[in-house]
Design a protein around this ligand. Structure first.
Ligand SMILES: Cc1cc2nc3c(=O)[nH]c(=O)nc-3n(C[C@H](O)[C@H](O)[C@H](O)COP(=O)(O)OP(=O)(O)OC[C@H]3O[C@@H](n4cnc5c(N)ncnc54)[C@H](O)[C@@H]3O)c2cc1C
Length: 432
């Protein structure tokens, strides 16, 4: 691997893949585009709660990165170190460690889940950050209900049927809404489980839900959740998480075997190895998305602290901003290698959307509030438009439409291999 004029992008999320797709079309002659990411697919994080609630299958919230590129090259691997002086990076791949030389390097590595905010969180709570997390939560929920069916002790039954979601931002509200709808629709397949034995509690330490949206929409989301039976507790913080309970800051103890955590992020550890300024866990970048004292190194998306020329504020860590920063950087990279002036990142947010349950949403588009089915359809349409290739768009559209009108799938898919069930009279495999 010794290309001298390589533009390397690390991270195949919203930011990295949007940048790669834009550069794929506009790459100047003599340059090679290389995208490196840990997984072979890009994850549509905003749709993970729908995968948790079994509204859609996990494979419908990911898109294969190779299908997004025509001229660019993709390497599945984890970048472990970057040498800024030598302009090389080391990457762990299926074929062992490789070294890549670059002329320009873009960091689009997002952030990681943080599990040390509350004692017991790391040991007992289920984070939601990856497709694997979504599948694990979905299987755990199905396992809990299957267990209630066979359990006689009413205290244990109640604990198994109580799902606590920590965090009243987008993902917490979406998970709580999806879960309560999912539990309601699948209960008919578990005749020994009563409706009153299944419960979802949402904990939010702020005065209201969805601080990212207007107060009106935040309240509308809360009313919608409460009308469907979610116990929404605002101004309430979890202080300790145990295997079978959660303690709150008012001394209350919630008996629950399943705690889902949607709060807290921590910086990607790769950022800290670079010796460049980091603020609030994000790499400090200039308005043109370059990094001071690091020529040829750029950062965008959740891992970057990007000043927005439109309002002088730091761009929020959302998919919408990650995508816009990527488009701006694509133009700046082409300008940089053709010696033209760079532009400043300048973007007015179009609004925000959240899916708050099956076929229910809230949205604020250019200040116009929307809720219910129209908001939800808009939400789905936006993420469908982000899928690569026409074929995939059509397939996902058909599958999503199908899922709107037919019962929730309760398949508890496990990856049990033949080797594990050779002794068919032995104990059942313990995996979730
Ligand atoms: C559950 C959930 C719900 C959300 N809901 C919304 C929403 O409703 N609306 C909204 O706007 N935003 C939402 N977000 C936030 C949104 O998903 C992020 O802002 C967006 O994904 C940021 O894109 P990114 O490309 O910067 O980072 P990411 O999408 O996190 O991508 C980073 C990529 O870098 C890869 N990577 C990391 N380190 C390395 C390495 N060392 N080597 C190689 N590859 C590496 C990762 O595997 C990943 O593919 C949500 C996030 C979550 C977790």
């Amino acid at each position: 691997m010794n290309a001298t004029r390589t533009i390397a992008i690390v991270g195949g999320g919203f930011a990295g893949t949007t940048l790669a797709r834009a550069l794929d079309r506009s790459l100047p002659a003599g340059f090679e585009l290389l995208l490196i990411s840990e997984e072979s697919y890009s994850t549509f994080h905003p749709m993970l709660p729908e995968a948790v609630g079994a509204s859609i299958f996990p494979e419908q919230v990911v898109a294969p990165i190779r299908q997004m590129l025509t001229r660019g090259r993709f390497i599945m691997g984890r970048v472990a170190s970057i040498d800024r002086q030598a302009r090389t990076l080391r990457c762990a791949t299926l074929a062992g460690d490789i070294e890549v030389h670059f002329e320009h390097l873009v960091l689009a590595i997002g952030n990681r889940a943080r599990l040390d905010l509350i004692p017991g969180l790391a040991e007992h709570a289920l984070p939601l950050k990856t497709v694997g997390d979504a599948m694990h939560i979905r299987n755990t929920v199905l396992r809990r209900i299957a267990q209630i069916e066979l359990e006689d002790d009413p205290v244990v039954r109640r604990r198994l049927g109580h799902f606590v979601v920590i965090g009243g931002g987008f993902s917490g509200v979406e998970v709580a809404g999806e879960l309560v709808d999912c539990l309601k629709s699948i209960r008919r397949y578990y005749p020994r489980v009563a409706a009153g034995e299944l419960k979802v509690t949402l904990l939010q330490d702020q005065p209201r839900l969805l601080l990212e949206l207007s107060e009106r929409l935040g309240r509308a989301a809360q009313r919608s959740l409460e009308a469907r039976g979610v116990d929404v507790r605002t101004r309430r913080r979890a202080t300790v998480v145990h295997a079978d309970s959660v303690m709150l800051d008012d001394g209350a103890v919630l008996q629950s075997a399943t705690v889902i955590c949607t709060i807290g992020t921590r910086p990607n550890p790769l950022l800290e190895t670079l010796g460049l300024p980091i603020e609030r866990g994000r790499m400090v970048v200039r308005g043109d998305l370059s990094i001071e004292n690091a020529p040829g190194i750029w950062a965008i998306g959740d891992c970057a602290q990007v000043p927005n020329a439109r309002d002088g504020r730091v761009a929020p860590p959302t998919a919408q901003f990650a995508v816009r920063e990527a488009h701006c950087l694509a133009r700046n990279l082409v300008a940089a290698v053709t010696n033209r002036p760079l532009e400043q990142f300048d973007y007015r947010a179009r609004g925000s959307m959240a899916a708050i349950g099956h076929m229910k949403g809230v949205a604020d588009i250019f200040g116009v509030p929307l809720w219910g089915l129209p908001a939800w359809l808009l939400w789905r349409a936006y993420y469908l438009s982000q899928m690569p290739t026409l074929g995939r768009k059509i397939r996902i559209f058909v599958e999503w439409t199908w899922g709107m009108f037919f019962p929730t799938d309760i398949t508890h898919l496990r990856f049990t291999r033949s080797q594990e069930i050779v002794d068919s009279v032995g104990p059942a495999p313990r995996q979730v």
